[in-house]
Design a binder for this molecule. Structure first.
Ligand SMILES: CC(C)(COP(=O)(O)OP(=O)(O)OC[C@H]1O[C@@H](n2cnc3c(N)ncnc32)[C@H](O)[C@@H]1OP(=O)(O)O)[C@@H](O)C(=O)NCCC(=O)NCCS
Length: 225
């Protein structure tokens, strides 16, 4: 199988058996990202804990409570958190974990846990809706964060390619943004490898995860490009 090919499947015990029957109705329509306050009830309840995507080397899967420890250890690493305000502790990491889980439950897509095919935690990647009141308006944004030993092996790009394909095909998004700080050249290199286009007209400044006046440079990719 070529590096960019992957399969999406669900495991044997879906938490919500009705998911398959209702996804096609909800996700076949191309959609834009509303503020979460305006989401219909059906979308708020859509998630499926058994969903996963497999690529040649890695797996993207739903969040498990048992991921919290590895998630917190990643966020305690100064290298990983270099341009994001520095390391954060267990409580802040858990709040972030809860937020990502909540987004999945509300919108039916979000960040995925990324692991090796034999189950070693690598980090997360995936597209999720912007926060309510974001300075450039409602949109979907893809992000990635890997544990330090996993850098330099192509895992972030492989995970992001799979997550983007899912965001466009299953979740029905038209456009996904990515943003990063000026100095985060590794993250910018991932955007280039994904063939995302720089869009300076949408650069913004906001207080981001406790960092004051964080400047985000924006890249964009669209379905079918
Ligand atoms: C941003 C981040 C995810 C990038 O990870 P990365 O490993 O550099 O990115 P990729 O997965 O695309 O890997 C590319 C590298 O793997 C190498 N590589 C090795 N084996 C490879 C393979 N089989 N296939 C593809 N690339 C491979 C590439 O040559 C490239 O090396 P280089 O960095 O020396 O040029 C990572 O640095 C990170 O988690 N940073 C902290 C969090 C962060 O800043 N997130 C973004 C916030 S905006």
């Amino acid at each position: 199988m070529a590096a960019s090919e992957h399969t999406t499947r669900t495991g044997p015990k879906p938490r919500h058996p009705s998911f398959a029957s209702i996804t096609s109705a909800v996700f076949t329509a191309r959609r834009t990202i509303p503020d979460s306050s305006s989401l219909p009830l059906l979308q708020r309840t859509l998630h499926d804990a058994s969903m996963m995507i497999e690529t040649p080397r890695i797996r993207l899967r739903f969040w498990l409570d048992s991921d919290r420890e590895a998630f917190a250890a990643m966020h305690a690493d100064a290298d990983v958190m270099h341009d994001l305000g520095g390391p954060i502790g267990q409580n802040a990491s858990n709040m972030k974990f809860d937020r990502y889980l909540r987004v999945w439950r509300e919108h039916g897509f979000g960040r995925w846990i990324v692991e090796t095919r034999d189950g070693a935690f690598l980090g997360y990647a995936g597209a999720m809706p912007s926060r309510v009141g974001h300075p450039i308006g409602p949109h979907a944004e893809i992000g990635w964060r890997l544990v330090r030993p996993a850098w330099g092996q192509g895992y972030a790009t492989e995970a992001a390619q799979a997550a983007l394909k899912d965001a466009f095909s299953r979740a029905g998004l038209n456009e996904v943004l990515a943003y990063t700080a000026d100095g985060n050249l590794r993250s910018q290199a991932v955007m280039v490898r994904l063939h995302m286009q720089r869009d300076p007209s949408r650069d913004f400044t906001l207080d981001h995860d406790g960092v004051k006046a964080w400047r985000g440079l924006v890249w964009v990719t669209r379905n079918g490009v």
